[in-house]
Ligand binder design. Structure first.
Ligand code: MTE
Length: 322
């Protein structure tokens, strides 16, 4: 397994992104070689938005009939930047199970996000399997305005709806031997063909230490912009850990396990020296292929200085050695 073969093109610096015409020809070429989607490029715009796509996405969001959610607004999480436009956020996604480009919304149509259950087990006193509806009705639902920072250096600010991970953890009563929480995305290679690709350790997995999982910031989102999550954002339930690079915020979770050792995680398994387990946002620690000194807001293209822990040091700074 060579690095070239396994690295997704969407992990290329965006100023190296392939122009669409080249990308389309290349895709045809690769298809002709029978290589399917592996190694296909991405078509991105400089601002991470494209007005034609956004019109289509608006229609797409409308026809998805996303249910409005009941929640209270949590006033503790204020932003230092405007919210990202909903259509922009829904047009520019990373969800490698569906696409190696940002145009995930085009490919999620056949994915069934209902019915859905989340199995919670491992080193806990009260293992349980909960239907998504149970979670939505039983958990204390709130809206939080969070910054989101991808390791590729794009950033957005969005209103997530959901509940603290801590509130779920308390329900299952972890044993003292539980040291890590492992999250797993669905695995349906028949329905989602990219999960059938070799060389990728599907299903996507991620993990947190118990201390990180119990931190006030760690959030399970079932909605965004006041309604259920659209599929491209990780319907029906995803993790949001805003002080870490976005790849830690695993989408469409169907299993949460409490374990006693650090779990293997998707990107870390593929390229350990580029995607460390901790993955805290840090302007002083460049990724091998991107400086992390600044970030670019989706939609406006505004450049901002990256801040340690994505600006959440007061919440999580104490978790890590200085
Ligand atoms: N979860 C799964 N299952 N598969 C993925 O490819 N991509 C991650 C993360 N969660 C990913 C995932 C990355 S790299 C980022 S930046 C965020 O999802 C993007 O979330 P968004 O598309 O909702 O902005």
């Amino acid at each position: 397994m060579t690095l070239i073969k396994i690295l997704p093109d969407w992990f290329l610096p965006e100023n190296h992104a392939t122009p669409e015409s080249v990308f389309l020809n290349r895709r045809r070429f690769l298809k002709g070689l029978g290589l399917g989607a592996i190694g296909t490029g991405i078509s991105t715009t400089v601002l991470g938005c494209n007005s034609t796509n956004q019109e289509a996405v608006k229609e797409n969001l409308k026809s998805a009939n996303l249910q409005a959610l009941n929640f209270t607004k949590n006033p503790n999480f204020v932003l230092d930047r405007p919210l990202t436009d909903e259509a922009v956020a829904a047009t520019y996604n990373n969800f490698y199970e569906f696409s190696s480009g940002k145009d995930v919304w085009r490919y999620v149509g056949n994915f069934e996000a209902h019915p859905w259950t989340v199995e919670i087990n491992g080193l806990v006193n009260k293992p349980q399997t909960l239907a998504i509806e149970d979670l939505i009705t039983k958990m204390p639902m709130e809206e939080r305005l969070y910054r989101h920072r991808c390791v590729e250096t794009w950033a957005m600010a969005v209103p997530w709806v959901g509940f603290s991970l801590k509130s779920l953890i308390q329900r299952v009563e972890p044993k003292s031997t539980a040291k890590f929480v492992k999250f797993t995305t669905f695995f349906r290679p028949k329905q989602v063909s990219r999960q059938d690709l070799q060389n990728y350790p599907y299903p996507y997995t991620e993990g947190l230490t118990m201390a990180e999982a119990m931190n006030d910031l760690a959030f399970l989102a079932v909605g965004i912009y006041g309604h259920e999550l659209p599929k491209q954002h990780g319907a029906p339930i995803r993790l949001v850990v805003p002080w870490k690079y976005g790849f830690k915020s695993i989408k469409s979770i169907d299993k949460i396990e409490f374990i006693d050792r650090q779990p293997a995680t998707f990107w870390n398994t593929l390229v350990a020296n580029e995607y460390d387990f901790e993955a805290n946002v840090n302007p002083h620690q460049p990724h091998p292929r991107w400086s992390q000194a600044t970030e670019r807001m989706l939609g406006t293209g505004e450049r901002r200085k990256t801040t340690i822990y994505n600006g959440y040091a007061n919440y999580v700074g104490g978790l890590y050695k200085a």
